[in-house]
Design a protein around this ligand. Structure first.
Ligand code: KG4
Ligand code: ZN
Length: 352
């Protein structure tokens, strides 16, 4: 019997197995990560090799450099993940891997490693979308959290409001018309001379700032659940350049706070609107920008006032990691979807 036919049978059997151990791999950007996750909720290990220091001197991620460093790191990270989880290769029930969206060369390292591993262990291979992984970061952070809920997905590549109907059924309610939020944080940070990645730097600096400027964004999308941040980003960049040309001092903390305050207001307002419209009183934030302290604080306050429960991932699961992919892989398996064959390849974009 061919590998895929054997796996279809094993996949079916795993659906009803009491304890399922998934080894998961994430390599979509600049983090090489391997995790071991039990039953989609218990993280036995989650090893991350971050390349931030390597890319910092370029001011952003250089795709080819990222791929090469994933290759150097992945075997050791895999061994470390097994060791920390206290399991052997033979205890792995399935391998889950991020196949997209992300940098093609970077993704290919994880996908090829996962394919070889699944084939050599004769276990099923599960293809996981990165966005789905970010949502699942909440399942490993909050053991009793279950869909349905409204999710604000904000990362370096995405900005969207989703109605998460069940573990594997989402509806897109709104999304960015131009830049992703993380991208704007990174660009604004760059113009302020802050290191990559800019989001956490703006977050930190804004704590010392005052709301001195009004970087107003477009009102064209006011009555929709869509976003546009590119105009505001350009306004900040132009404002800073203008000051620099005049030789004036740049009050970085006030600019960081003014920008962050405007962006987070918009994100919170539209997500709460989506929750009220859909009569779903549970809001979940996902993705790297979900680590933003002001965003979390505003959500917590507004949700409390509106009788909405609010969830955000534990900080270490907000940004890219493999544990979230292991959780997402488990719920795909439970629904009998996501089984991949050995022709699985990386995808730069994946529909939400
Ligand atoms: O989810 P993620 O790790 O990778 C992608 O899938 O894109 O998100 C990375 C993005 C970067 O743009 C980074 O600047 C932003 O998340 N980020 C933050 C914070 N921490 C990370 N943005 C705002 N505030 C933060 N604390
Ligand atoms: Zn991500």
């Amino acid at each position: 019997m061919k590998y895929f036919e054997r796996m279809q049978k094993k996949f079916e059997l795993l659906k009803n197995k009491k304890d399922v151990i998934i080894l998961s791999i994430e390599s979509s950007c600049d983090e090489t990560s391997v995790a071991v996750v039990k039953n989609g909720r218990v993280v036995l290990s989650n090893i991350i090799a971050s390349q931030i220091e390597i890319h910092r001197r370029f001011g952003g991620v250089v795709p080819e450099v990222a791929s090469r460093n994933h290759i150097l790191a992945i075997s050791n990270i895999f061994e470390e993940a097994l060791k920390e989880a206290g399991i052997t290769k033979n205890e792995i029930d399935a391998v889950a891997v991020t196949y997209g969206a992300g940098l093609i060369g970077a993704l290919l390292v994880g996908v090829n490693f996962a394919k070889s591993l699944a084939y050599s262990l004769d276990v099923p291979l599960i293809a996981v979308s990165h966005v789905y992984g970010h949502i699942a970061a909440n399942y490993i952070s909050h053991q009793s959290l279950k869909p349905p809920f409204i999710c604000l997905m904000v990362s370096g590549g995405h900005c969207a409001i989703l109605n998460v109907i069940s573990y594997n059924d989402f509806r897109l309610l709104g999304s960015t018309m131009d830049d992703a939020v993380g991208e704007c944080f990174d660009k604004v940070a760059r113009v302020l001379g802050l290191p990559y990645p800019g989001g956490p730097e703006i977050d930190k600096l804004a704590k010392e700032g005052e709301k001195k400027y009004n970087f107003v964004h477009s009102t064209a999308l006011k009555n929709t659940l869509n976003f546009s941040f590119s105009g505001m980003k350009t306004a900040v960049v132009n404002f800073v350049h203008n000051k620099q040309q005049k030789g004036e001092e740049i009050d970085k903390a006030n600019i960081a706070l003014s920008f962050q305050d405007e962006v987070t207001d918009e994100l919170v307002e539209k997500t709460v609107k989506a929750s009220i419209n859909a009569k779903i009183n549970k809001i979940v934030v996902a993705g790297g920008v979900g680590a933003n302290s002001m965003l979390r604080e505003k959500f917590a306050n507004v949700c409390e006032k509106n009788g909405i429960s609010f969830y955000s991932p534990v900080l270490k699961y907000c940004t890219d990691n493999a544990a979230m992919i292991g959780s997402a892989g488990y719920y795909l398996l439970k629904s009998g979807i996501g089984l991949a064959d050995l022709s699985l390849t990386a995808k730069a974009t994946v529909a939400l």
